[in-house]
Design a protein around this ligand. Sequence first.
Ligand code: MTE
Length: 305
Amino acid sequence: MKPSFRSPLRWSDVTSKADWLNRRQLIAGAAALAATPAMARIEAAASRYSTDEAPNTLEDITSYNNFYEFGTGKDDPAANAGGLTTDPWSIEIGGMVDRPGSYGLGDILAGAPLEERIYRLRCVEAWAMVVPWIGFELGHLLTKAGVQPSAKYVAFETLVRPEEMPGQSSRFIDWPYREGLRLDEAMHPLTILATGLYGEVLPNQNGAPIRLVVPWKYGFKSIKSIVRITLTDMQPQTTWNMLQPQEYGFFANVNPQVDHPRWSQASERRIGSGFFSSRQDTLMFNGYGDEVAGLYAGQDLAADF
Ligand code: MTE
């Protein structure tokens, strides 16, 4: 059965589609969600935005990470993020909004239409994965806060808490980690805030308790462990662009025709795939061009990289 978009499916209903999850994992996932008050809703609709590609394993997704607040090695986040306190958690929403304030995670999730979104993730370092996120559209939260007509961009910041984030003792990044989107990108239905993956609460190394996922952009745009969202009329400063503006642009759309100055972006290594089949061509907008190319009509994507 192919479920229609936003049908009120229960976890048990998606079992056949999601044959990568066995029944025991589904039950464990539902129990984990129910056990967390903020995520008590265990129903999640399958989405027409999901890819049919097979997701990476939970092991791949939680052991090979970029989260510089916990160190620069791929295995540092899994080793060091366990001690991050993610409850209580709130996001300060401010700038050009009608209802600014500190929103607790419970408030944010109340009424949020959680869905499973199986998305490709393409890192600027030329590796890729497929991740079954649980999340909801960022537009839902922005609408709740009331975006004012003057707003043109959305700025995001990650938590700064050096006592729990050992990587923040290094000064090579000017913390907090920052990211930003143009308002039309932020309101696009593909752009989600994820609070879970594989049917369970988001692991700390993947950006608990709430992180952005923008699947047509390089992974560095998908900022983790968000504590501040600001609506503004000026393009915000973003961490990798601040560090190396010639190498990392504000837009950072996945684009096989625009190489990184130090490596090709034409192909990518699928994490976890076999040695001989591990390289694959990179797709324009990471395969999401039908949905998002229109956002950039008339823009020179080599200049606006
Ligand atoms: N967010 C914060 N706060 N700090 C980071 O170092 N790394 C980014 C992004 N979000 C990063 C971050 C990069 S480079 C990538 S590729 C993705 O997170 C990786 O997400 P994953 O570890 O869940 O696969």
